[in-house]
Write a protein that binds this ligand. Structure first.
Ligand code: PMP
Length: 401
């Protein structure tokens, strides 16, 4: 990884008066490097035109760039372009699988296995599908240190399970899933497996072929790319057999009032004018993290987690949550201080953390806390950000004492 403390490459890492902003909320959304901002600006400016329709040269060029972006994003996770659907984000990607694959394949008597640490976006779409299909939802518990308990999953899975859907990395605890084992367990009972890669794709090398999963979803904005775009990767045979879930332009082969036929995948799942500039920015972000090296990013964030956990562990009032081996995320509570108060005081010190339920309310109940404070790292963070966090916590404790 090159010197990513090149904060100048991230205009968002400065406060309005030019001071350093200790941004510790990359698990919510990552700041953008110049290369991504420039790519989006070019796509919206001198290169701008629609895709898949225009007969003029600019539109033909933009179509090539949009499809090249699909190739680049697919390659980031070891996938092929015909297996990658652009969506609005991970949330929409999961809803797509639920509404398309789920409605076509799930029947009363079938079961889905989720885990206790899932983000609401990997819970609620399946509840909507439960209403429509009669499928039952089971919840895999966690181990003591906050990992999805795969021994429990092994005991719970039955031939009635048609789908397992687990987070690769927990957005609250940073716990990392042993994906190959989860895949083997799911496939062992004939179930498909979806991996929510929202937090992993910016933090770990991902190769869907090596992982062996059936579906993999992620959002560009957590990968140093734009908002408004994400991706569903699905095995070609599965994607090819899935019915469309939204109708409109671009997803058809031929339309008559009597009957409409569909375009092949992935276009069949991209109704309407797509997020063109965002796709270009997504690809720029994918190239950016590949240039930095995901193994190097992971090593950098692992070192930051160790430093942060050691420093926070020295403060008596702090209770650390989750495993020591976390992918770039440290959740904690402070005795006598609500996480929201901590977040507000830290903001005065130019330290940005997330405080709340992190869209994982069932996990909060399981942990026995109403909310947590969460510091999450990106490739641009270093020890000075952790030192600022610790100073801010000490000040908060003085105020509350
Ligand atoms: N899954 C996980 C693990 C997440 O962290 C998030 C975002 N916090 C999502 C899903 C949803 O992503 P988005 O809001 O970008 O669709």
């Amino acid at each position: 990884m090159t010197d990513t403390r090149a904060a100048h490459a991230f205009p968002g890492l400065r406060t309005p008066d030019g001071a350093r902003w200790h941004y510790l909320d990359s698990a919510a959304t990552a700041q953008k490097p110049d290369v991504v901002i420039d790519a989006v600006a070019r796509a919206l400016g001198p290169d701008y035109a629609t895709v898949h329709r225009g007969l003029y040269a600019r539109s033909a060029d933009m179509t090539l760039a949009y499809e090249a972006a699909r190739r680049t994003v697919a390659a980031l996770i070891g996938g092929a372009e015909h297996e990658l659907v652009f969506t609005r984000g991970a949330t929409e990607a999961i809803n797509l699988v639920a509404q398309s694959w789920g409605v076509a394949n799930l029947r009363p008597g079938d079961r889905i296995l989720l885990s206790m640490l899932e983000h609401h976006s990997n819970i609620v779409p399946w509840q909507l599908i439960r209403e429509r299909t009669g499928v039952a939802i089971d919840v895999c518990p966690l181990t003591e240190d906050g990992l999805i308990d795969l021994d429990a999953a092994e005991r719970m899975l039955t031939p009635a399970h048609k789908l397992v859907s687990f987070a690769h990395v927990s957005n609250v605890l940073g716990s990392m899933l042993d994906v190959p084992r989860a895949v083997a367990l799911a496939h062992g009972v004939g179930a498909k497996i979806l991996i929510d890669g929202c937090q992993s794709v910016a933090r770990l090398p991902v190769d869907v072929a090596a992982l062996g999963c059936d579906f993999f979803v992620f959002s560009a904005h957590k990968l140093y790319g734009p908002t408004g775009i994400g991706a569903l990767w699905a095995r070609a045979d599965l994607l090819g057999a899935m019915p469309p879930w939204q109708g409109g332009g671009s997803m058809i082969d031929r339309v008559t009032f009597a009957e409409t036929t569909w375009a092949p995948a992935p276009q069949r799942f991209e109704a309407g004018t797509p997020a063109i500039a965002e796709a270009i920015g997504f690809a720029a972000a994918a190239r950016y993290v590949q240039d930095q090296g995901l193994a190097a990013i992971h090593a950098h964030e692992t070192a930051l987690v160790a430093t942060a956990r050691a420093a926070l562990g020295r403060i008596n009032a702090v209770r650390l949550l989750g495993p020591a081996a976390s992918a770039g995320i440290v959740s904690f509570t402070i005795e006598g201080v609500h996480p929201h108060d901590l977040g507000t005081i830290l903001d005065e010190e130019n330290v940005a953390i997330r405080a709340g339920h992190h869209c994982a309310q069932p996990l909060m109940v399981d942990l026995g806390v109403p909310a947590t404070a969460r510091a999450s790292f990106g490739l641009y963070n270093d020890e000075t950000d952790i030192a600022a966090l610790v100073r801010g916590i000490e000040r908060t404790l003085r105020i509350f004492a």
